[in-house]
Design a protein around this ligand. Structure first.
Ligand code: SF4
Ligand code: SF4
Ligand code: FES
Length: 391
C-alpha cells in the first residue's frame, strides 16, 4: 500500500521505541547446543527486523550471524523465521513483528529444512540451490536457433511471469511440509522454477522435463497441497499453483502416467468427489491402483498398500480421527448438493480446452487498464476488470 505524504512525514518524525529480540544462536564449530539470546534495540517502529538484528550485532555482540545484501526484498538473502513464520528480515517491519509475537519479544530463528551454518544463516547450497539445479534451470532452446532473437507473443509469456518474480529466498522451502517428511522432495522453489521453462514456448523439452518430474518419486506428485509455500512466499509466486500446473500439463496435455501412481491417484480422487460429493476413503486406495471398475478393488498393489497403511488406519480409528462406518460406507451429502457438484464437473470437463487463468497480473492504475489473463492457445488474450495495481 502506498503511503500518503502526511503519513510518511509522521513516521519520519516519530521517535524510536525499544524492541526486545530473541535470537536463535548456534555455532556448529563450538560443539555447543543451540540457545536463545536476548537483546533490546532502539529503532523506529517502521524499521525492519533486519535493521534490528544488525543493531544488536553492532552494539552488543559482533558474532551474531545473519546474511543480507540488498535490504530491499530483492536479493533474497535475508530469509529467516520471525515469530515462527518464514519472512524476509528486511521486509518485515518491527511494529508488525511485535504485534505477531506471543509475549512481546520478537523471536528470530533460521529458516527450516536447511542445515544451519551459523545463527540465522542456513546452508542454501546444500538444499535449495541443489534442488534448483536438479530441474535444469535454463532454457533448452528450440532448433534451429533464429538468426536474431526468438519472437514470443506477449500473452504467451504472461503465464510464466509469476515464476519469474521468484527471488530464490528459500522461504517456501523452509516451510514445506512434504520436504520436512521427505527431504529428497524437489520442493516448491525448484518446481516453480521448472514451470518457468515448461511454460515457456521457446523451450524444446517440455515433455522430457514433465516426464522426468512426474516419474521421479520425489517430483511433482510428492507435494501434499498444504498451501504453506503459498503463504510463505514474499513475492506471490504461488509455488503450489505452479506445481499443479506442471501436473495438469503432464497428465492432461501429455497423458503421462507416472510410476508413482500420482496421476491415477488424482483421477481416483476427483472421480470420487464427482460420484459422492465428498471423498470416500475406502474407495480411494483401490481406485488409485485399479481404476473405477469393481475388479479394481482386487488389484494386488492396492492390497499391498492397504497392508502397509494398516498401522496408520488403526491409529486413526483409535484416536477417533477416522470413523470406520463413514470410511467404509462413504459420506452422504444432500441430493441437491451432489447435483450442484456434478454441474461444476460437467461445466469444467465440457470445455473443449483447459482454461488457465493467471491471477497474478491484475491491477488498478490511476487510469485503469484491463488486466491480462492467459488464454488457451489459439485464442486471443482475455481481459478482465482491474482490481489492484499492476505488478
Ligand atoms: S503445497 Fe506442496 S510444495 Fe508447497 S509447501 Fe505444501 S507440500 Fe510443499
Ligand atoms: S517461490 Fe517465493 S518463497 Fe520460494 S524461493 Fe521464490 S520468492 Fe522465495
Ligand atoms: S537483504 Fe536482500 S532480500 Fe533482504
Amino acid at each position: 500500500m502506498e503511503m500518503m505524504p502526511a503519513e510518511a512525514h509522521d513516521r519520519r518524525e516519530g521517535g524510536t521505541q525499544s524492541f526486545k529480540l530473541r535470537l536463535r544462536r548456534y555455532d556448529p564449530e563450538s560443539g555447543e547446543a543451540p540457545y536463545w539470546d536476548e537483546h533490546t534495540v532502539e529503532l523506529e517502529p517502521h524499521r525492519s527486523v533486519l535493521e534490528a538484528v544488525l543493531q544488536a550485532r553492532d552494539r552488543f555482540d559482533g558474532s551474531i550471524g545473519i546474511r543480507c545484501s540488498c535490504r530491499q526484498a530483492i536479493c533474497g538473502s535475508c530469509g529467516v523465521r520471525v515469530n515462527g513464520e518464514p519472512a524476509l528480515a528486511c521486509h518485515t517491519h518491527l511494529d508488525a513483528a511485535l504485534s505477531s509475537s506471543g509475549d512481546g519479544v520478537i523471536e528470530i530463528e533460521p529458516m527450516g529444512n536447511m542445515p544451519v551454518l551459523k545463527d540465522l544463516i542456513v546452508d542454501m547450497d546444500a538444499v535449495h540451490w541443489k534442488k534448483v539445479q536438479r530441474v535444469t534451470p535454463w532454457l533448452l532452446a528450440k532448433q534451429p536457433v533464429p538468426e536474431r532473437e526468438y519472437i514470443v507473443s506477449k500473452e504467451s509469456m504472461v503465464d510464466v511471469t509469476q515464476t519469474m518474480a521468484c527471488i530464490q529466498c528459500g522461504a517456501c522451502v523452509s516451510d514445506c511440509l512434504a520436504m520436512e517428511v521427505d527431504p529428497g522432495f524437489i520442493g516448491p522453489a525448484a518446481l516453480a522454477k521448472a514451470y518457468r521453462f515448461v511454460g515457456d514456448p521457446r523451450d524444446a523439452e517440455q515433455y522430457e522435463r514433465l516426464n522426468d518430474l512426474a516419474q521421479d518419486p520425489q517430483g511433482i506428485f510428492d507435494c501434499t497441497h498444504c498451501f504453506k509455500c503459498v503463504e510463505a512466499c514474499p513475492k506471490d509466486v504461488n509455488p503450489m499453483g505452479q506445481i499443479m500446473r506442471l501436473r495438469r500439463i503432464a497428465t492432461s496435455d501429455h497423458g503421462i502416467v507416472d510410476q508413482n501412481n500420482g496421476q491415477r491417484h488424482e483421477a481416483a480422487f476427483t472421480g470420487l468427489i464427482r460420484d459422492y460429493g465428498l471423498n470416500h476413503e475406502a474407495e480411494l486406495l483401490p481406485r488409485s491402483y485399479g481404476g473405477p471398475s469393481w475388479f479394481g478393488k482386487f488389484h494386488p498393489a492396492a492390497g499391498k498398500e492397504l497392508l502397509s497403511s494398516l498401522p496408520v488406519i488403526v491409529k486413526g480409528v483409535l484416536r477417533r480421527k477416522v470413523s470406520p462406518k463413514l470410511a467404509i460406507f462413504g459420506h452422504k451429502i444432500p441430493a441437491a448438493d451432489l447435483k450442484a457438484v456434478r454441474t461444476i464437473y460437467d461445466k469444467v470437463e465440457g470445455r473443449e480446452q483447459r482454461y488457465e487463468l493467471n491471477l497474478y497480473i491484475a491491477g488498478e492504475d490511476e487510469q485503469p487498464e484491463p488486466a491480462i489473463v492467459a488464454a488457451p492457445e489459439g485464442e486471443s488474450v482475455a481481459e478482465s476488470s482491474p482490481e489492484g495495481s499492476n505488478r
